[in-house]
Design a binder for this molecule. Structure first.
Ligand code: NAP
Length: 317
């Protein structure tokens, strides 16, 4: 029997173990590919924990919700989505869902960056009619996905990029990454509202990684300060780092061209997402996260590691 080495989740809530399993068999529409690099993203751990809506119902299973693979024709591809099993030497993919990668891309950098950069990339391609020159607020710019959103907005030709978050040190990094202005989200809500009104009153798009109280405050401050209330403000809820609910006054919607939407699994038309464009941006170095390499053999220890800001653990089989 042909075998592969893989990570295996044997109990929900526990780290995966390094195991030898029967090799998957190509067949039907599915293709057997070599796995080159797999990022350990928060959503990867969340799905593996059994708590995510995309978690498998039965144990054991091979985790890994995305990765960089080499296809039988030698080309590189990014694959993923719920139901993937990429934390293995080889895995089965649906070729229709494979995103072609440039031959010269660093697989580890691509595996580290595609997932955290995708949230803003997809939102600006497939959830709002973003056009170069428009102004973008990133609410929650100090997290991994939020800081990537600053780089992505800059790369896609945003007019002004305003970065808002709690950590002044990380906001300084946002400036280095291309933000034009920063807003410190401080416990002083009046000062925060005034700063948002001053710097972000007329943005066209808000990429919101926080939701909760910061979103309530930011929506109120910005719609109150808008100079043209009929100018479209697309508010895209991407993450809920500060709370899963937010209360928006109906008057804000009636008296402003405020449009609230969300972006994530389920709301995206992937045909409009232009992921090969993101791969090209990563290959060019315009958008990248530093990979912290670990071997598949060390998966249990790597699973427990908490990445520093700006880095992502990447497993290489
Ligand atoms: N929909 C999608 O496609 C998608 C994709 C990626 C991520 N997400 C979601 O987006 C959110 C952020 O992801 P991430 O990767 O950037 O997470 P992360 O790296 O863990 O960072 C979380 C950020 O949220 C900030 N934060 C938490 N509570 C806050 C509050 N009350 N006020 C201000 N800032 C607060 C943290 O600031 P401090 O450092 O000051 O604590 C940190 O900067 C998560 O909810 C994640 O699940 C969604």
């Amino acid at each position: 029997m042909e075998t592969i080495n893989a990570a295996l989740i044997e109990a929900f809530g526990e780290a995966p173990r390094y195991r030898t399993l029967a090799a998957p068999q190509a067949g039907g529409h599915h293709e057997l590919v070599d796995v080159l690099a797999v990022g350990l993203h928060p959503v990867t751990r969340s799905i593996a924990s059994g708590q995510h809506y995309a978690s498998p119902g039965a144990l054991p299973f091979v985790p890994g919700m995305d990765g960089v693979v080499r296809r039988p024709d030698g080309s590189l591809a990014y694959v993923g989505g719920p139901g993937s099993a990429t934390l293995a030497e080889r895995t089965l993919i649906d070729p229709d869902d494979a995103v072609p990668l440039p031959a010269d891309i660093d697989p580890a950098v691509a595996a580290a960056t595609m997932n955290p950069a995708m949230s803003s990339w997809i939102a600006l391609h497939a959830r709002v009619p973003f056009a170069p020159g428009q102004d973008v607020l990133v609410l929650g710019s100090t997290g991994t996905a939020g800081s990537m959103a600053v780089k992505v907005a800059r790369h896609l030709g945003a007019g002004r990029v305003v970065a808002a978050g709690r950590s002044r040190e990380r906001l300084e990094q946002n400036l280095a990454d291309g933000a034009d202005d920063i807003v410190v989200l401080s416990p002083n809500t009046d000062a925060t509202a005034a700063a948002l009104a001053e710097t972000a009153a007329n943005v066209d798009v808000a990429l919101d990684y926080l939701w909760g109280k910061p979103a309530e405050l930011a929506v109120r401050a910005i719609v109150t300060a808008r100079t043209d209330h009929a100018r479209l403000l697309d508010w895209v809820h991407i993450g809920a780092a500060a709370g899963s609910t937010a209360t928006i006054d109906g008057a804000a919607l009636r008296s402003n061209a405020l449009r609230i939407s969300g972006s994530g699994f389920g709301s995206i038309d992937m045909r409009r997402a232009n992921l090969p464009g993101l791969a090209a941006a990563i290959a060019s170095g315009a958008v990248a996260i530093r990979p912290r390499i670990a071997s598949l053999r060390d998966i249990t220890a790597a699973w427990g590691h908490r990445d520093e800001p700006g880095e992502r653990t990447v497993i290489q089989p």
